[in-house]
Design a protein. Structure first.
Length: 662
């Protein structure tokens, strides 16, 4: 047990933010402020001072800023994260002998008590402060001499209580018996795209302009303007590696493949190589680099899929059989998620005695692609791999490439999802796909944005994936696709869609009750006509444009839900901290019928005053209205639009500024 100096009297506890007693870092974006609170107190009635200490991981010395009391022994302070990387913070508190003396002196003066000795005590405190004051030592010693002078006590007391003297003395406190919080708490600081992003998933092999021909990276490059035109900034590609032949799946996950079946991209590995190789029909590494550069020229980044699993044809199966689990008959155990069977995939054994070599190889895959310029990885099923591996691997990669973003695709139990986020995953898939009623959405998103979960879990909302076609999309037609897109894009600062299945409204399940697509693109090439009247492409472009133009939609923590008297209507808002940008979203959750009701706004949350008229600008329709008060009627017809995105302007302009008055 560490020895404790019994003279240290200050207690520091209840620090927030802090995740699991400091075991895990909180997450922030470069430029953010970290607001820290703590309980800081001591025995007796002495005055206290506290400092919030912070530093970059690479720095030896701490910077510090003053904390201030906010009531009931609670203190707060804040600091700004200037750059990406790992930072640390902690708290130090001590008895402020000068402030305690100054406070007591004021009380004695008010009680008309003798203060002659008190003035001498104050002089001693100032002399002690001068010992470490450098250039300002002279001013402190002069003040000490003034307190010891022959001037009248009232005159000396007035000098002692000068605010300027208190400020001077506070710069040189006696911290020899300061208490230091027992933990150095970490912050992982990411770039802006970690908080605000719009993802578009695309199979390059389906990008060929000719039906039946395997697409290439060059074909995918020709699709970039289409994707960028809808306002997406991340183009996510499923695995681009060689696909195994042994036990290759056929169409619709058939156990036997035909001679022309292309197999699943997630069945990684063949004679051409494994996780650092490229499927030869897609092109070469040079072709990939050209695609990456072309995407960046359009303001997009390429995200690659990291799927740590192997086909029987993967080189690792031959070179490192010890990395796979064998059954008693000597065969390798293929992947299963009963009743589903994945005969074309061998899972890696994270309990192998050769675990260190396995870890190095897997981390080497991510470092290889980071070396090629990839800075975003979507990780397939990370919950089926060892937690300890992810903690080590993510930190290893981010130490070399601190701007890398990891998206966790873990549709699993909440505690497991949260653990992965704590271990270092930058963003995470969510249960949004299965939250459809107003009550479900409000409850879930309050958990994500208004509890301690928000400190480590950044949601990325997906209304569909190649694996998931929710019943709402199957039965609700085009309005369902529109409303789920609107929800994903405005409830979350980060969201994504699997396209072009989404904008074209692919909604046929493999069989009733299934969330699998009929004729799934996971197992075959898909050729689609993109320029069709029913495409949601214009709507998606409009929504993404609104997201880019309104900072309120680029963060999640300000999310607030507002009361409605119709269960099919959902109302929520987001606002910037200074309320210069306030967005209200109204959504009809029923894709089949118009819904009408009243919404009751939480005006203080919106920065609005009940008696003042404010302007409501419909960002989708371009219309403007004047509202006053909290309660307003709403009618939403899903055949026309799934909802409204309204910008609220608290300060009303003059009548001549409104087009409808002209």
């Amino acid at each position: 047990m560490q020895a404790t100096d019994g003279r240290v009297r200050v207690v520091i506890g209840g620090v927030r933010p802090e995740i699991d007693c400091g075991e895990f870092p909180i997450k922030r974006i470069a430029g953010d402020r970290v607001v820290v609170e703590a309980d800081i107190f001591a025995d007796g009635n002495d005055e206290l001072e506290a400092r919030l200490l912070y530093r970059r991981a690479s720095d030896q010395d701490w910077s510090e800023t003053a904390m201030r009391p906010i009531g009931n022994d609670r203190w707060t302070g804040e600091f700004t994260l200037a750059e990406i990387g790992r930072w640390y913070y902690t708290i130090e508190g001590w008895i402020s002998r000068f402030n305690t003396w100054r406070n007591d002196l004021s009380k004695r003066l008010a009680a008309r008590q003798d203060i002659s000795v008190d003035l001498l005590i104050g002089a001693d405190l100032l002399e002690a402060a001068a010992a470490g004051a450098g250039d300002e030592a002279g001013a402190l010693r002069a003040a000490a001499r003034a307190l010891r002078s022959d001037a009248p006590a009232a005159e000396r007391a007035a000098a002692a209580l000068e605010p300027g003297l208190a400020e001077l003395a506070a710069r040189y406190p006696d911290r020899s018996l300061a208490a230091r919080y027992g933990r150095e708490l970490a912050v992982v600081v990411d770039r802006e795209r970690a908080r605000f992003s719009a993802w578009y998933e695309l199979f390059p092999r389906s990008c060929s302009p000719v039906a039946g021909r395997h697409g290439t990276f060059q074909d995918c490059e020709a699709r970039l303007d289409y994707v960028a035109g809808m306002g997406f900034d991340v183009l996510y590609l499923p695995p681009i590696h060689p696909i195994g032949r042994a036990f290759r799946k056929g169409r619709n996950n058939a156990p036997m493949a035909g001679p022309d079946d292309v197999g699943s991209p997630w069945a990684i590995g063949g004679p051409e190589g494994g996780h650092t190789a490229i499927h030869p029909q897609l092109g070469t590494l040079e072709d990939f680099q050209r695609l990456r550069r072309a995407a960046e020229a359009r303001g997009m980044e390429i995200a690659l899929d990291i799927a740590f699993q192997c086909t029987p044809d993967h080189p690792w199966v031959r070179e490192h059989p010890e990395w796979f689990r064998r059954r008693p008959d000597g065969t390798i155990q293929y992947a299963e998620n009963p009743p589903k069977k994945y005969q074309d995939i061998y899972p890696l054994d994270f309990e192998t005695p050769a675990w260190r070599e396995l870890w190095d190889a897997l981390c080497g895959v991510m470092l290889y692609w980071a070396d090629q310029g990839v800075r975003i990885f979507r990780v397939d099923n990370p919950h089926t791999k060892a937690f300890a591996f992810w903690a080590w691997a993510i930190e290893t990669v981010k130490t070399r490439y601190p701007d890398v973003i990891f998206l966790s695709e873990a549709f699993t139990r909440p505690k497991v999802m949260y653990r992965l986020a704590k271990l270092g995953f930058t963003q995470s898939y969510t249960y949004f796909t299965w939250r459809n009623t107003a009550a479900e959405l409000a409850e879930y998103f309050r958990e994500l944005t208004a509890t301690s979960v928000r400190e480590f879990f950044r949601p990325n909302l997906w209304p569909n994936t190649p694996d998931i076609l929710h019943e709402v999309l199957q039965t609700g037609g085009r309005p369902a696709f529109a409303l789920r897109l609107l929800l994903a894009a405005t409830l979350g600062a980060s969201y994504g869609i699997y396209g072009p299945a989404y904008e074209l409204g692919d909604r046929e399940p493999r069989e009733p009750g299934s969330e699998e697509y009929l004729d799934s693109e996971k197992y075959e090439l898909k050729h689609r006509e993109l320029d069709v009247p029913h495409s949601l492409r214009p709507f998606i472009a409009a929504v993404n444009g609104i997201r880019r133009a309104n900072p309120a939609l680029q963060r999640d923590w300000s999310l607030r839900f507002h009361e409605t008297d119709d269960l099919a209507l959902l109302a929520y808002s987001k606002a910037t901290e200074d309320r210069s940008n306030v967005i209200l979203v109204l959504v009809n959750l029923d894709p089949c019928h118009p819904q009408s009701g009243d919404v009751t706004l939480d005006l203080p949350a919106l920065g609005l005053e009940p008696e003042r008229t404010f302007e409501v600008e419909d960002l989708l329709e371009g219309e403007r209205e004047l509202w006053q008060g909290a309660r307003h009627p709403v009618t939403l017809d899903p055949t026309r639009a799934p909802g409204r995105i309204l910008r609220l302007h608290a300060r009303l302009r003059t009548e001549r500024d409104f087009d409808y008055f002209a």
